[in-house]
Design a protein around this ligand. Structure first.
Ligand code: PEP
Ligand code: MN
Length: 361
């Protein structure tokens, strides 16, 4: 970190800064030029809040030289992290396909869909038991019962489960009862991968708790990028998980909010984020074409674009009768469409070897 000071800076102000830097356990390297004075902070500056300096009126600019997300950085593990869940590997040569309904709706439809997803060649079953909905009157998910259906589907098909944990509150089931276990604890108990939804990417206390509970179990967390989060904020949210005990994070890009209205696409698919995240971080990167586009007809082209850009996996909403889905039917594909897509993904991932990383700027 380098501080660029104003022209009129006094010796006393420089001394103040030197004392502050030393009190942070770092060394201050003062360089007085004719035009400007610079102070270099020597040591590990990753935990230093630049606000400690930007608020002083004689500091003109704080320039970061090293990344603020140290634990999840590419530098920390240049070869990239591989995360294993049962027999599947994230961050390896194969693109991991996770498919399933937006919401778990009932036992027969989930079991039937899980069988078809497995036949299609997917590696994991997704399904929301706890749903984060805009309206408190919308279907909030089956809760623990939904997780029990997912666990049964997993036993039958051998597919590992990914499901969202919405918080540390007590979920009210559709029948009106309050559940004893929180969504976080229920998902930890019954799923293989815990999903943090885009709305919770900035719930830092929740991230800490999730990391503390999942870390010792070596349970991976799929962290979705917030709809308005910068890539730095996204990586810092992953840093929270790593710092508090869980380094096994899957970064999931799922579209961001721009000036685009929902007439054509629900969010804007930020495909460039995929190679950028892979350059900046060693964590595997997943793309969710369903939430990114909001439109089933865009899932195949966007999935292929993401794979070409280096995505390590795809999270795809799938439903046997999308028109009848309780939530997100418009952005769900059928098992037959999934089968075709997986064939195309395999073909494409076979030719992209060696293109996973773009050079640093
Ligand atoms: C989901 O995966 O069903 C979901 C609610 O995703 P997001 O957090 O991206 O909206
Ligand atoms: Mn959904």
């Amino acid at each position: 970190m380098i501080l660029r000071l104003v022209k009129s800076v006094t010796d006393e102000q420089i001394r103040f800064l030197e004392d502050r830097i030393v009190s942070l356990g770092l060394r201050a390297d003062v360089s007085r030029g004719i035009e400007r004075t610079l102070i270099g902070l020597v040591g590990d500056t990753s935990p230093i809040d630049p606000g400690l300096f930007t608020e002083l009126e004689w500091v003109e600019e704080v320039i970061r030289v090293s990344r603020p997300y140290k634990r999840v950085s590419r530098e920390q593990r240049p070869e990239g992290l591989t995360i294993r869940v049962g027999s599947i590997t994230f961050g390896g040569p194969e693109v991991v396909i996770m498919a399933g309904p937006c919401s778990v709706e009932d036992r027969p439809s989930l079991l039937s869909l899980a069988r078809r997803i497995q036949k299609a060649g997917a590696h994991a079953l997704r399904g929301g038991a706890y749903k984060p909905r805009k309206s408190p009157y919308s279907f909030q998910g089956l809760g623990r019962e939904g997780l029990l259906f997912l666990a049964e589907a997993s036993r039958e098909t051998g597919l590992p489960i990914i499901s969202e944990a919405t918080g540390l509150h007590h979920h009210r089931t559709p029948a009106g009862a309050l559940e004893e276990a929180t969504p976080v604890d229920a998902v930890i108990e019954m799923a293989d991968i815990l999903q943090v939804g885009m709305r919770n990417m900035k719930s830092y206390g929740l991230l800490e708790e999730i990391a503390r509970r999942t870390g010792p179990l070596k349970m991976p967390v799929l962290l979705k990028r917030g709809e308005s989060a910068t890539l730095e904020e996204f990586l810092l949210a992953a840093e929270y998980l790593a710092l508090h005990g869980n380094p096994l994070t899957l970064l999931c890009v799922r579209g961001i909010r721009t000036f685009e209205n929902q007439q054509y696409q629900r969010y804007t698919s930020d495909i460039a984020a995929i190679p950028i995240l892979k350059r900046e971080s060693h964590l595997p990167v997943i793309f969710d074409p369903s939430h990114a586009t909001g439109d089933h007809s865009l899932i195949s082209p966007l999935s292929l674009a993401a794979v070409a850009a280096g995505a390590d996996g795809l999270l795809i909403e799938t439903h046997e009768s999308p028109r009848q889905a309780i939530s997100d039917g418009r952005q769900s594909i059928t098992p037959d469409e999934l089968t075709d897509l997986i064939v195309e993904v395999r073909r494409l991932s076979g030719v992209r070897t060696g293109r996973d990383q773009i050079p640093a700027l």
